[in-house]
Write a protein that binds this ligand. Sequence first.
Ligand SMILES: NC(=O)c1ccc[n+]([C@@H]2O[C@H](COP(=O)([O-])OP(=O)(O)OC[C@H]3O[C@@H](n4cnc5c(N)ncnc54)[C@H](O)[C@@H]3O)[C@@H](O)[C@H]2O)c1
Length: 260
Amino acid sequence: AGLLAAGTAPESVCATGHSAANARRQEERFRVTVTATEVDPEANRNAAAGADVVLLGVKPKDILALCREVAGALRPGTVVVSVAAGIPLAAMERHLPAEQPVVRTMPNTPLTVGRGVVGMAAGSAVTEEHLDTVTRLFAGSGTVHRVAEEQIDAVAAVSGSGPAYAFLLAELMAAGGERMGLDADLAAELARDTVAGAGRMLAEPGTDAAALRKAVTSPNGTTEAAVDSFLAADLAGIIARGMQASADRGRAISEEYGGS
Ligand SMILES: NC(=O)c1ccc[n+]([C@@H]2O[C@H](COP(=O)([O-])OP(=O)(O)OC[C@H]3O[C@@H](n4cnc5c(N)ncnc54)[C@H](O)[C@@H]3O)[C@@H](O)[C@H]2O)c1
């Protein structure tokens, strides 16, 4: 969805997946070619053979097997792009032909609505031209940031996993509203629209989260009471520890699945 929103022509995309039924659904939804490995065991290799860019979107535990599967089909200049959390560039490079350009990315789901964020780190055979190609793929549906690979786990902790934190906030605000006697549907709608509206304000150029928060916080008013209560309960520490857990999990995935 993000690639198409960014302007990639549907007829230039060949996607693959396991299930034939799901492949048909995705073809209808996105108007791209989708082939299923349960019907054609060569689906991944055939898709890779014709591609300028191969985007690997499987679970981290499956990435290296997929690299081995498509390795023999890749053309020398084809850029392999991974979105997998935790899987190091060096591990993918070990399972692909020598000198294959590999780019490790950390995207997020708001790409599907044109407001995504992507962190991107370059493998050893990647040129500026390859990075420009990958940047163009994502840039129409979000912002793309080049980072050192050592920073990708931190990018995942902020922006890769980040949408879930905002959705969790909406869930918890809805539960809080219900607890105070609001109808469940009304509480959910108020919370959802509030998080979405605040996101829209943050998306305006030149805005600053702290300044927007202060504009809502009247001295000695209701917001101040809530914010003081959050901070007294160490919300800052809670968020920092959660983000550290995300980054730690990235490193653990590297050790679990990226070492061989
Ligand atoms: N969901 C996110 O917000 C997000 C953000 C950044 C990165 N990622 C990364 O995206 C990847 C996918 O995560 P997900 O949660 O979307 O998983 P998912 O299970 O929803 O998607 C994986 C897909 O890969 C298909 N698949 C598995 N093995 C295959 C194979 N050998 N050939 C073809 N298709 C195959 C599955 O059928 C499935 O459709 C992970 O590596 C994750 O780290 C996800």
